[in-house]
Design a protein. Structure first.
Length: 261
């Protein structure tokens, strides 16, 4: 018997997915236009209560954000080795030049990646795809045809894993491509694409037959609630961005990347 997974609990876990999306965008927007340690570090510190209220357990948080924790230091190392050469030179060899400027830029890059990526992952980890589709259609007013088509495609992603396993077992049973790993992978990938296209065509036909693409205003089985919790979440994101920008400007570290060099 497969143990049931308890639903995520937290002040933000049940918030409208559109509000989670808006909060993540509001936090990330100013950080996209600057590379400095102050704004990114302040934003990251202020995001901690938001991450704790997202409704994820410690294991879920670390497992879902693991790629970010790997990518951020790697980006920092790359910037440190090949970034802007400025100030004291510590190491210089061929194309590698580690200086004060490259190290400062590397630290800012690590904080920036974490501050932008972590809120989006933590907030959307508790968003149900159907609730997200309802929110995008009812609150953001995106075209229902596009939203429902994307939702149907997301629901089929899990089937690709099962198809891959079935293809692997079937090809082994026939003795096809037992030698040559690259050839076997390419053949299975092509077969998987064919299966995905066929299943997508069938899904599109069935949805069209049920009136999902009708050119009329559609009704919804579930409403997408919006209230004070959603406005508070967006306000918290705006407050985090405002404080981070103000701290960077006050300390003189604001570095507008689209400004004149």
């Amino acid at each position: 018997m497969i143990p049931s997974v308890p639903p995520p609990r937290g002040p933000i876990a049940a918030a409208n997915p559109a509000a989670k999306l808006a909060a993540a965008l509001v936090i990330a927007f100013p950080l996209v236009f600057t590379i400095d340690s102050v704004s990114a570090a302040v934003a990251l510190a202020l995001e901690i209560p938001l991450l704790l209220a997202a409704g994820l357990t410690g294991r879920q948080f670390w497992m879902r954000t693991l790629p970010v924790w790997i990518a951020a230091p790697l980006a920092g190392v790359t910037i440190a080795l090949y970034g802007q050469a400025e100030g004291t030179v510590y190491v210089e060899w061929l194309f590698v030049r580690i200086t004060d400027g490259s190290l400062a830029l590397a630290v800012a890059t690590v904080f920036r990646v974490l501050a932008i990526a972590l809120p989006g992952i933590a907030l959307f980890a508790t968003a149900d795809p159907t609730d997200l589709a309802d929110a995008l259609s009812q609150r953001v007013r995106l075209p229902a045809r596009f939203v429902l088509g994307a939702l149907g495609g997301m629901r089929l992603i899990g089937l690709l894993v099962d198809d891959w396993r079935e293809l692997e077992v079937a090809r082994r049973a026939r003795g096809v491509a037992d030698t040559g790993r690259a050839r076997r992978l390419l053949g299975m990938a092509f077969a998987l694409v064919v299966l995905a296209i066929r299943r997508g065509s069938t899904l599109a036909t069935s949805m069209e037959a049920r009136g999902f693409g009708a050119p009329v205003e559609r009704t919804w089985a579930r409403t997408s609630p919006w209230g004070g919790r959603e406005w508070a979440l967006i306000a918290a994101g705006a407050l985090i961005s405002g404080i981070a920008v103000a701290a960077a400007v006050a300390t003189g570290s604001w570095n507008f990347i689209l400004g004149p060099s």
